[in-house]
Design a protein around this ligand. Structure first.
Ligand code: AMP
Length: 352
């Protein structure tokens, strides 16, 4: 069977979500001769660099239908699109990555069950549908543990740590209780899979979080080669099992007993921003190539890179960063620097 023809030049790629990831996807798409149409309910930094913008809610069926009719292919940088909207979009246009990948990553419980079903390790977990289930879950998992909402959590939001001797909190929504993983490091793998099954992975990055938000990603990760190989193989197994097309991010905890998967994201990922300065084809272009049916870059790394997120008031440091000789600055064009808001990032490059 021959592979489907690549998406023709000038085609419009619809992107659900208009944040910084959509913005950088849009720039990559335009470098490859495509146009983008952003769908975003609120302020959309991505719209500054896009061909068209729809400002409407993710549950607005009419706006969704018009959006789908106006584009040739749909992708996303935001995975919490309601199922009914996905039905509507999918009936009109192809969506990459596919529905199953999206649905699994929308629900922490479904995600962990899926990962375990293909033989991959996660933190021990128990479903907590209601507050009345919490005591039994704590009994099963033990303390310390982390209670996370099943849906709509990101950057540590919707999470409560439960400790021995403290009154347990409640998230207010169906949740999953995760055993606390005593990790020595956190790493992530960003890989791409094409419709033909080709896979290309970037080097795993070492990630440092502060207050639940990614602060820095560094390559090389400094971890043993065998561990990096394991991480890439596990990520590839996930991509194959999901018949995935596009860029996939997999976050791992490094423990003395090996790698434990924290979570997966069916999209480009903050911990892959270093590829902009370290690789000929970065994660954004790689994603566009994968969904457009173009050949993938090979993921080779040409530099050592440290990516630092600029969060909130960090942007006051822009003049100093601009004065650094080896710093590549990316700003997202967001109007206000609120605490915890990602305003931009810096890739600091050195020779490998
Ligand atoms: P998440 O939003 O689930 O990625 O969680 C944000 C951060 O909280 C992670 O990157 C870890 O640093 C920490 N964390 C999350 N889950 C666990 C866990 N089960 N055990 C230990 N630390 C965790």
């Amino acid at each position: 069977m021959s592979d489907p023809a690549p998406l023709p030049q000038g085609s419009v790629i619809g992107i659900l979500g208009g944040g910084q990831l959509g913005r950088m996807l849009s720039v990559a798409a335009s470098r490859l001769g495509y146009r983008t149409h952003i769908y975003e309910p609120s302020a959309a930094p991505a719209a500054d660099v896009a061909h068209a913008l729809t400002t409407a809610g993710y549950d607005d069926a009419e706006a969704m239908a018009r959006f789908a009719d106006a584009v040739d292919l749909i992708t996303y940088e935001f995975e919490n699109v309601p199922a009914a909207s996905l039905d509507l979009l999918e009936a009109r246009r192809a969506i990459h990555p596919n529905r199953r990948a999206l649905e699994i990553s929308q629900d922490r419980l479904a995600e962990k069950e899926f990962l375990n079903s293909i033989g991959l390790r996660t933190a021990p977990f128990a479903a907590v549908d209601a507050e009345s289930d919490l005591a039994a879950a704590v009994q099963k998992i033990g303390l310390p543990a982390i209670l996370k909402t099943r849906r709509l959590g990101y950057d540590g939001k919707g999470q409560i740590r439960l400790r021995e001797g403290e009154a347990p909190g409640w998230t207010g929504a169906p949740s999953v209780l995760e055993g606390f993983v005593a990790f020595s490091a956190e790493i992530s793998v960003i890989l791409a899979r094409g419709a033909d099954g080709a896979v290309a992975a970037f080097d795993p990055a070492l990630n440092i979080h502060e207050g639940g938000i990614l602060r820095r990603s560094t390559v090389p990760s400094g971890l043993p080669r065998a561990l990096a190989t394991d991480a890439v193989l596990m990520a590839a197994k996930i991509a194959s099992a999901l018949d995935y097309v596009g860029v996939l991010a997999v976050e791992f905890f490094v423990t003395p007993a090996g790698l434990v998967i924290n979570e997966i994201a069916p999209r480009v990922h903050n911990s892959g921003h270093w590829t902009q300065a370290g690789c000929a084809v970065d994660q954004f272009e790689q994603h566009i190539r994968a969904i457009a049916g173009l050949p993938l870059g090979d993921g080779k790394r040409y530099a050592d890179v440290e990516m630092e997120n600029l969060i909130g008031d960090d942007i006051a440091r822009i003049p100093q960063i601009m004065a650094e000789p080896d710093a590549q600055l990316h700003l997202y064009g967001k109007a206000r620097a609120l605490p915890g808001r990602k305003m931009g990032h810096v890739n600091r490059v050195s020779r490998p």
